[in-house]
Write a protein that binds this ligand. Structure first.
Ligand code: KG4
Length: 333
């Protein structure tokens, strides 16, 4: 089955063509440079850029896959959650394309795409598994029982993990998006130098909170600046990263133990973080659990995961009616 997947929920325009689970093309137009001067995604700019990129991105995906519109069996598109203006560009285009070409359309939840993106890699999990989805807008834990059944176990109460990385990078005058810059600086630093707070919240809670650690970094930087010495950039980054990684890993392990599952899966842009993968791999080995992360290009927002989630949705529920709409908050939680 040939599926075109279209993703435009935030600041990346992406289109992919899959032949069942086999990826024939996955094209991405990343808007990082556009938003960098503002230190975050500017919704109005994002949707305007999607308007410019959607047609060439889809055309390129079809070309790379060596297929034409008429060959497609299904179009899958992100319905939400995300920025409404951004979502509407990909969604309206996909709906028009499906209508004109007489191809069935399915609307896909972006979170479902991330939860299932691990199936785009070579090592695939068996169900059930616990998925930690960590990006610029999300830090959530899900129990995945099968390709359709996802239960929210915990979520952030304030900043998402990626947002915390971005904000700390901004405090340090590093570039945007901040995650890769902080991670790079952290690689040279001592993660035990500063003991930043770990927000465990109430006993046994699977929710996250990252605003406190960001404030603690600010306080530490202010102290260092007042002291007149040089900012210990690498050590601050490494210590901040340790604090975030420890909470993400330990809460995910707690969720897995509680659900009595032995497989942990990662998804979302922050899962590109090498230290996070390292600590997960080590702790899962200690606990006798399997740990699987998708290849980095499928961690970030991408059309391939939408095509894959769309295929499974279509197989179970068939095509969506023509009157479905986009949404900003996921029904998955
Ligand atoms: O899933 P994603 O590409 O899209 C959005 O949420 O928009 O995630 C982007 C987020 C950003 O906050 C970025 O700083 C973070 O993922 N990120 C990282 C790393 N690479 C990207 N965070 C920590 N370490 C990284 N290596």
């Amino acid at each position: 089955m040939l599926i075109l997947g279209i993703e435009s929920s935030c600041d990346d325009t992406s289109a992919a063509v899959l032949d069942d689970h086999r990826i024939l093309a996955n094209v991405l137009n990343c808007q990082d440079a556009l938003h960098a001067p503002y230190g975050g995604v500017v919704p109005e700019l994002a949707s305007r850029r999607h308007l410019q990129s959607i047609v060439p991105v889809v055309q390129k995906a079809l070309e790379e896959a060596g297929v034409s519109l008429a060959d497609l069996d299904l179009i899958a598109v992100t319905r939400g959650p995300g920025l409404i203006g951004s979502l509407l560009v990909g969604f309206s285009y996909a709906r028009a394309l499906a209508h004109v070409a007489g191809i069935p359309l399915v609307g896909v939840d972006h979170m479902a795409g991330h939860i299932l993106s691990v199936f785009l890699g070579e090592v695939r999990p068996s169900f059930p598994y616990v998925a930690l989805i960590v990006s610029g807008g999300t830090s959530s834990l899900f129990l995945a029982r099968d390709m359709h059944d996802f239960t929210l176990l915990g979520r952030t109460r304030d900043d998402a993990a990626g947002e915390a990385f971005d904000k700390v990078a901004k405090l340090l005058g590093l570039g945007y998006p901040g995650g890769p810059h902080v991670a790079k600086a952290a690689a040279e630093g001592d993660g035990r130098r500063f003991r930043f707070p770990r927000a465990w919240l109430e006993e046994g809670s699977l929710d996250f909170s990252f605003s406190g650690v960001k404030t603690a970094v600010l306080t530490q930087l202010n102290q260092q600046r007042q002291g007149g010495g040089e900012i210990a950039l690498a050590d601050v980054c490494a210590s901040f990263q340790e604090a975030v990684v420890e909470v993400l890993v330990e809460k995910t392990l707690l969720a897995a133990r509680r659900q009595q599952v032995t497989t942990i899966v990662l998804g979302g842009g922050v899962s590109a973080n090498r230290r996070l993968r390292e600590v997960f791999a080590a702790r899962c080995q200690q606990e006798g659990m399997a740990f699987i992360a998708p290849p980095p290009q499928y961690c970030t927002d991408n059309g391939a995961m939408i095509a894959l989630a769309g295929l499974h949705r279509f197989t179970r529920h068939g095509a969506d009616a023509g009157d479905i709409d986009v949404y900003s908050r996921s029904p998955l939680g």
